[in-house]
Design a protein around this ligand. Sequence first.
Ligand code: AHG
Ligand code: MN
Ligand code: MN
Length: 321
Amino acid sequence: MTTLKTLADHLAAEQTADVAVKDVVAAIAKACIQISNVVASGAISGSLGAAGQVNVQDEEQKKLDIITNDILRDALKACPAVAGLASEELEEIETTGRAGGFLVTFDPLDGSSNIDVNVSVGTIFSILPAPEGREATEADFLLSGRQQVAAGYVVYGPQTMLVLTLSKGVFGFTMSAEGDWLLTHETVSINADTAEFAINMSNQRHWAEPVRRYIDDCLQGKDGPRGKNFNMRWVASMVADVHRILMRGGIFLYPWDAREPDKPGKLRLLYEANPMALIVERAGGKATDGKTAILDLQPTRLHQRVPVVLGSANEVDLVSA
Ligand code: AHG
Ligand code: MN
Ligand code: MN
């Protein structure tokens, strides 16, 4: 058997301008091994079920949303290169009192509706530059996705995998039984074409016209305007759906819909859409809000929501035309 490179080997060889970002990635990767163990222990550790409170987005928190948030928060605060953090589960930003270095935004547990039914969940993170010479404020987090220094996610599935982009390229690491991250997927790339879409079809009646038309055309299969049959998958964990797309192509949509017209989509820009968009673009795919590249959007609020269309480039172009 050939020896696989570890995450530490890979980081050592990475050509990033600021080497301290590697420490932040290493700290997150280590925390996610701890998260993987808690997630895997499920009912044994009593970590399933609701926490009995809601977060800033008025969503019911699961016990694991809080446990995983605490693990990442503690790990990041202990990392000297981190100046501040923002999380789906925290109403406000938190700073470490340090200046310079990096800001981290994260979704500690993505796909929380899947926890109690033992379906894949994940962690998503985005690393941004922090201001020099002073403590960070909330406004410092409102950077466009193009300014991300690194982004990644961990999927807790049949295998626990870390997928990462730093200076260029997308790399996948699989967690070994010994708790090491081993490089198993080099320079991941997404096929430009696909015949597989991911969308929550139960919202169909609420969609806007372009999305409705796109999915209608796919559903007509070989006899319709697309001239081929499409397959559908929806895990309801963005991490798992995006991971599948990185592995075998596909398109993922969480569009604007008319259920709550004031909410522009369900997913959050700073810790869900932006990191996933960077990974997808670096893998040769595309990510838009239906019109504009996600990475070009100027954030205005910490917990801002955004419609998301991402994956195989030619399909995303069809929806975003
Ligand atoms: P979170 O658990 O962090 O709130 O995110 C869940 C998101 C995303 O992972 C997934 O794609 C989507 O919600 C599923 O939404 P539906 O339940 O509406 O299908
Ligand atoms: Mn999420
Ligand atoms: Mn979450």
